[in-house]
Design a protein. Structure first.
Length: 97
């Protein structure tokens, strides 16, 4: 697992596109959520770390500038699990982007 706190990226086994964005593994799914309260790389890392702990998540990319968190997982995630992870990180889950 790698962590890049300056970009809020935590990746377990997912792939990357040539532009650096997370890519879904074959049969995987990508979802984008809005998170309020992130202001820096530390915030991005905290949110990414908590969401990466959800079963099936292969990569997470959080961007404080936009509040968007892109999650790649083996199957669609339960929104309540994502909400709980964001809450545990200390931020506000605002729903799907």
């Amino acid at each position: 697992m790698t962590a890049e706190t300056n970009t809020g990226t935590i990746e377990a086994t997912g792939s990357r596109h040539s532009d650096g964005t997370a890519g879904a593994a074959p049969g995987g799914t990508t979802a984008v959520y809005l998170v309020k309260g992130m202001t820096c790389g530390h915030c991005e890392g905290a949110v990414s770390e908590e969401i990466s702990g959800i079963a099936g998540v292969t990569s997470v990319q959080a961007l404080a500038a936009t509040g968007q968190v892109t999650v790649v997982s083996a199957a669609p995630l339960d929104e309540a699990a994502v909400r709980a992870a964001v809450d545990e990180a200390g931020y506000e889950f605002a729903g799907p982007a």
